[in-house]
Design a protein around this ligand. Structure first.
Ligand code: F6P
Length: 340
């Protein structure tokens, strides 16, 4: 640690930063561009310089930087993806990789960072920030909504709307053919997308990683709804759910044990990560982007800016990435009752 520890120009970091670097990292999400725009324009508003870092921590390690001014982010609030591009960097998780990144920051006289991403992004930021006593503030950008210390992450609302729109279409054909559809949605460790989109799209069953329904109970429930007069069914399956080996194996199991239904599988995949951000995500991204620069100006570091009860707040990175995703029992009950 002491060999990497850098003090000189950063001991005075109790002073406000003068040049802020910004990057997007990990899986992209709709609204990241709106967050970048808010960070860049906040810097311009406060008379700070702003530098865009391409390809997340990969670009940071390689010094792939570009000066940004207020006009560099015109016409992007409505665009999905991230104009700075994103990556999942393995190298940044090595000491050597982080030292390379730090040297590039020093050379460019960047004295604080805003990182936009999910838990992997914040885990990297927490280590780097402590190792070099370097101020970093995070903004939660992931469709999974699996970050503590914020009620919502940027991109989640848009992804929900994409999923519901897709399932509405699947419902039409499911109904015409009296079929049962298994629809896989994203969420490696969290069932938020499945649960909320499942309720919004009127799914018969919702399978999430936080709760193991079991194949037999699933079968019973589908038989019950068939008996009650339903002619087609939609089951939303979170990609992290463990009920079967995979969704195709689960489909086979259902078809063999519930012969009244033909079963079809749709894996929605990366379409959930693209598209124009919803108004909610644009406003959230704008608030968190402004909040991140405000936090740096207040001298905060090693924190993530989030939204809790509609107020912009901050929590230490360690708290944001810690722990299991909490299951909302009320939503499970609503899903059970409304699919009756
Ligand atoms: O983190 C968001 C996410 O979309 C997860 O839901 C999904 O499991 C993962 O990223 C997919 O990652 P990749 O795009 O690297 O395949």
């Amino acid at each position: 640690m002491p060999d990497l520890y850098f003090k000189s120009s950063f001991t005075a970091m109790d002073q406000s930063p003068r040049k802020i670097g910004v990057l997007t990292s990990g899986g992209d999400s709709p609204g990241m561009n709106a967050a970048l725009r808010a960070v860049v324009r906040s810097c311009a508003y406060h008379g700070l310089e702003c530098v865009g870092i391409y390809r997340g921590y990969e670009g940071l390690r390689e010094g792939d930087f570009k000066e940004l001014d207020a006009r560099s982010v015109k016409n992007i609030i409505n665009r999905g993806g991230t104009f700075l591009k994103s990556a999942r960097s393995k190298e940044f998780f090595t000491k050597e990789g982080r030292l390379q990144a730090f040297n590039h920051l020093k050379q460019a006289s960047i004295d604080a960072l805003v990182v936009i991403g999910g838990d992997g992004t914040f885990a990297g930021a927490a280590v780097f920030s402590k190792e070099f006593n370097f101020p970093i503030v995070g903004i939660p950008g992931t469709i999974d909504n699996d970050i503590n210390g914020t009620d919502f992450t940027i991109g989640y609302d848009t992804a929900l709307n994409t999923v519901v729109e897709a399932i509405d279409k699947i419902r039409d054909t499911a109904n015409s053919h009296n079929r049962l559809f298994l629809v896989e949605v994203m969420g490696r460790d969290a069932g938020d997308i499945a649960l909320n989109a499942g309720i919004g799209a009127g799914a018969e069953e919702i399978l999430i990683p936080e709760e193991d329904l079991g194949k037999d109970r699933l079968l019973e429930s589908l038989k019950r709804s068939k008996k009650s007069g339903k002619t087609s069914s939609i089951v939303v399956v979170s990609e992290g759910d463990q009920i079967g080996k995979n969704i195709f194996e689960l489909a086979k199991f259902i078809e063999e044990n519930l012969t009244e239904y033909e079963v079809r599988v749709t894996v929605l995949g990366h379409i959930q990560r693209g598209g124009a951000p919803s108004c909610y995500d644009r406003v959230l991204a704008s608030r968190l982007g402004v909040g991140a620069v405000d936090a740096l100006l207040r001298g905060e570091k090693n924190v993530m800016i989030g939204i809790v009860h509609n107020k912009v707040t901050s929590v230490p990175f360690e708290q944001a990435i810690k722990g299991e995703n909490e299951l909302d029992r009320e939503l499970i009950r609503v899903a059970d009752i409304t699919s009756f």
